[in-house]
Write a protein that binds this ligand. Structure first.
Ligand code: KG4
Ligand code: ZN
Length: 338
């Protein structure tokens, strides 16, 4: 079965084709980062309009690159939520129209389920069950994943998401948007240990996180210091060291608590190499294995949506009706409600 995946939840238009027998055939992506960076963040109305401009050319491109056509597609999976309502509506409406025209099923995919399952695009892939650390711009969660659609929340942030903390601190350091990657680059030039920032909730008895205090501590430090280039790099290094320490400690505890031996890291912050190195180091000591999606599948993309759709389709193991052309989006949507 061939599934077309469409992602338009935020500021990336992603399209992919996933074959249940052959795996991922191809994926294409348009990032709106250059468009939003002048504003220091995503402008929802601009995002929606750009998705409208990009989505059909990207669908055509993925068909051309794979020498296939819409006629060969058995179902379309799109991101129904959570995300920006206007942006989500682009993917929802195009998916409904195409599936209605072809009388094939449409699959409503949860964006975070896409992220959770994205390590299955890699080889070797994890087996169920595993613990997933989901770290994106909008979410920071530890989940126990027992199978497709079987997600149990173990802990989550009580305030800012990890990516949000990276982006806000990057902004305070005078870096562009989105700042996570830029802060990480700056941190490589920093002197480790010159500054010490707090590690909130490191020793709390639960698996929850809190990052707003860390961001405030970084803001106070930036205000107090004479921020020349080296000092900014040193602060970036201290921030990255603190936030990754918390993510690693809680992930290790989640493995211990659940008795599981596999950790999957998903979402944009999963691209952070300091986090990757620390996890590899700490989990080697415990004998557990950590899986990271390929870098291109860490941030938003269509491949993870096509994959989630294909797995859902296989799991249902029954003939789904063709789309009736109606659609809704869910700007807010709890993964556990799936
Ligand atoms: O998953 P994602 O692409 O979008 C959401 O669904 O939120 O994650 C984007 C987030 C942004 O906050 C971005 O700054 C962060 O991931 N990010 C990073 C890195 N690359 C992307 N944060 C830290 N280090 C990186 N290398
Ligand atoms: Zn995402």
């Amino acid at each position: 079965m061939l599934v077309l995946g469409i992602e338009t939840s935020c500021d990336e238009t992603g399209v992919a084709l996933y074959d249940t027998r052959l795996g991922l055939l191809d994926h294409v992506l348009h990032s709106q980062v250059d468009m939003h960076c002048d504003y220091g963040g995503v402008v929802p109305e601009l995002a929606s309009r750009d998705h409208i401009r990009r989505v059909l050319p990207l669908i055509k491109q993925v068909f051309e690159q794979t020498h296939t056509s819409l006629e060969a597609v058995d179902a379309i999976a799109y991101t129904q939520g959570p995300g920006l309502a206007g942006a989500l509506l682009t993917g929802a409406s195009i998916s409904s129209a195409l599936t209605f025209a072809r009388n094939i099923p449409v699959l409503n995919i949860h964006h975070l389920e896409g992220h959770l399952l994205s390590p299955l695009l890699s080889d070797p892939a994890p087996d169920f069950p595993f613990v997933a650390l989901l770290v994106s711009g909008g979410h920071t969660q530890l989940m126990q994943v027992d199978g497709i659609g079987q997600y149990q929340l173990l802990g989550e942030t009580v305030d800012d998401a990890a990516g949000e903390a990276f982006d806000k601190t990057a902004k305070l350091l005078g870096l562009g948007y989105p700042g996570g990657k830029l802060l990480a680059q700056l941190a490589t030039q920093g002197q480790a240990g010159r500054f010490e920032l707090p590690r909130p909730m490191l020793n709390s008895k639960d698996l929850n996180f809190s990052f707003s205090g860390l961001k405030t501590a970084a803001a106070l430090l930036i205000r107090k210091q004479e921020t020349n280039a080296q000092t900014r790099a040193d602060i970036a290094s201290a921030f990255e060291d603190a936030i990754t320490d918390v993510l690693v400690k809680k992930s290790v505890t989640a493995l211990k608590t659940t008795g599981l031996q596999q950790l999957v890291v998903a979402g944009g912050v999963g691209a952070n190499s300091c986090l990757r190195q620390k996890l590899l180091h700490h989990l080697a000591e415990t004998g557990a294995t950590v899986f990271f999606p390929e870098l291109e599948f860490c941030t938003d993309n269509g491949a993870m949506i096509a994959l989630a759709g294909a797995l859902r389709l296989q799991q249902l193991n029954e003939e789904l009706p063709g789309s009736d052309g109606r659609f809704t989006v869910k700007a807010r949507w709890n993964l556990e409600d799936l």
